[in-house]
Ligand binder design. Sequence first.
Ligand code: SF4
Ligand code: SF4
Length: 135
Amino acid sequence: MKSKKIVLHFPKDLVNKPIVYRLIKEYDLSFNILKAKILPDEEGLMVMELEGDESDYRKGVRYLKKAGVSMQPLSKDVRRDDEKCTHCGACVVCCPSEALSVNRKTGEINFETEKCIACELCIPACPTKAMVLEF
Ligand code: SF4
Ligand code: SF4
């Protein structure tokens, strides 16, 4: 039995297709969606824990790749060192999951960890090195 946390990136033309449904139905895998951002006409992101028999798992992953879904393991976590954050906003534009956003009332930058997919794009974008990677 294999169980792994993975991040799936769905290209725009695949967001409305029943990819996950087929993955479960045809490859006998079970899943638990941890985070998801799926909007019409936009690239979709999903973080899930996928579980199943080793060979079914491999076949399922092959199916995803063939369908055009790119996949990466979620083995890391990104956190913000609030002492170092100056709320400059440089990280907001590069965050694909909207985990980083501007608080319209205070002007501060919110970090919603439950939306973070650990893509690491904000790490080089932060001038004060406030965004850090943890394993
Ligand atoms: S780029 Fe760094 S310092 Fe600027 S708001 Fe983001 S986390 Fe804070
Ligand atoms: S790692 Fe940074 S850029 Fe990527 S989703 Fe998390 S907060 Fe956003």
